[in-house]
Design a protein. Structure first.
Ligand code: SAM
Length: 348
């Protein structure tokens, strides 16, 4: 015979207040039986399991509505989707909190070092700059819809779609990026790829038993990469909010991805990459770039309208600008040209 528990018994068993149990009932997460005579609630084993699951999900900060939806649709896809959404929320919170912590440290140093009148200006300045950085970090959007491109991406490379034909040296770019990344490094190094896409560059490292993890902002790209390379470790994340702690990687690589960031975003992403990179680490980026503004103008003059439109839809890097930014970090940039529009930059 089924066993039933009173609200008091459930409260004692699960160590939660009776108010909380009533709250979850009111939200429609559990539906205990009611005694017609006295309106008392009676909880079965299923209700207990459900309550335990609710408590567990609440530990992960999952919102009530999310838990409700997981109960409604228990499919792997739906559950994974909710966990990804929650994971992104938490990653954003961590990045926001890190910014707040850095700003507080900056402010406290200033209070120590300045007289009582001038520190207030510094506080305002620090908060304004923190807000500007956070705006850039939190507002990047995938306006190219990589999720919808993921399943046909490899096919488009083979066909070298687009009027600029910038995939014509795809394999050469990936091979050269791989070779530059591992040059003079032990094979025990930790590698991060950002904008991993369908995993074509990462697989080169994987095949040689390197420890690599790929990050991409597109869930569908991650799905395709995982289907192609089940052993590849993957994380959702982006150039501006890298989901790893400081000083973790020996090498960061990326191909055909950096040009989805404008100059301000690139500057912040360089800070982010240097944050997760070890002091003697290296960054190797293969992508669409111009040497400088003058070279860009010269090339733009000989292009068709369609080609210009294609270039202006994205943000090709200006190598000299990046060089100047990296100088501020005491880092050297070395560039190698693959063809008219494709370069590799190596940052040491
Ligand atoms: C053109 S594909 C290149 C994929 C792969 N790296 C390759 O070389 O074939 C661009 C990839 O970068 C990812 N991407 C674009 N902007 C990004 C960002 N801000 N952070 C992380 N990934 C990004 C896209 O989702 C997409 O998977």
């Amino acid at each position: 015979m089924d066993k039933f528990y009173s609200i008091k018994e459930v409260s004692e068993l699960l160590k939660i207040s009776t108010n909380k149990i009533r709250f979850y009932e009111k939200k429609g997460l559990i539906k205990p039986k009611r005694d017609d005579a006295n309106d008392y609630r009676y909880f079965g084993e299923d209700d207990l399991i459900k309550l335990q699951t609710i408590l567990m999900y609440r530990e992960l900060n999952l919102p009530i509505e999310t838990i409700k939806d997981i109960f409604k649709d228990k499919s792997k896809d739906n559950v994974l989707n909710h966990f990804y959404i929650q994971w992104k929320v938490i990653n954003n919170q961590i990045h926001k909190m890190n910014l707040v912590q850095d700003s507080l440290e900056n402010i406290m140093d200033n209070i120590y070092e300045s007289d009582s009148i001038s520190y207030k200006e510094k506080v305002i300045e620090t908060i304004q700059s923190m807000n500007e950085v956070w705006k850039i970090k939190s507002e990047w959007k995938d306006k190219w819809n990589f999720n919808s491109w993921a399943r046909t991406y490899d096919e488009s490379i083979k066909k070298d779609i687009g009027s600029l034909k910038f995939y014509k040296n795809y394999d050469k770019l990936l091979d050269t990026t791989f070779n530059k990344a591992i040059a003079d490094k032990e094979n025990t190094i930790k590698i991060l790829e950002i904008g991993v896409g369908t995993g074509n560059l990462a697989s080169r490292f994987l095949n040689c038993n390197y420890d690599i993890v790929g990050v991409d902002q597109s869930r569908e790209m991650l799905n395709v990469a995982k289907e192609k390379f089940p052993k590849l470790k993957l994380r959702l994340g982006d150039f501006l909010n890298i989901p790893f702690e400081d000083n973790k990687f020996d090498v960061i690589v990326s191909t055909y991805a950096f040009h989805h960031l404008n100059d301000d975003e690139k500057e912040i992403s360089i800070d982010e990459m240097l944050r997760v990179l070890k002091d003697n680490g290296r960054i190797v980026i293969g992508d669409l770039m111009f040497k400088n503004e003058a070279k860009k103008e010269k090339i733009m003059k000989i292009l068709t309208e369609e080609q210009i439109e294609e270039i202006e839809d994205e943000y090709y890097s200006n190598i000299e600008l990046l060089e100047a930014q990296l100088e501020k970090h005491n880092r050297e940039l070395h560039s190698t040209q693959i063809d008219e529009l494709v370069f590799i930059i190596e940052i040491n």
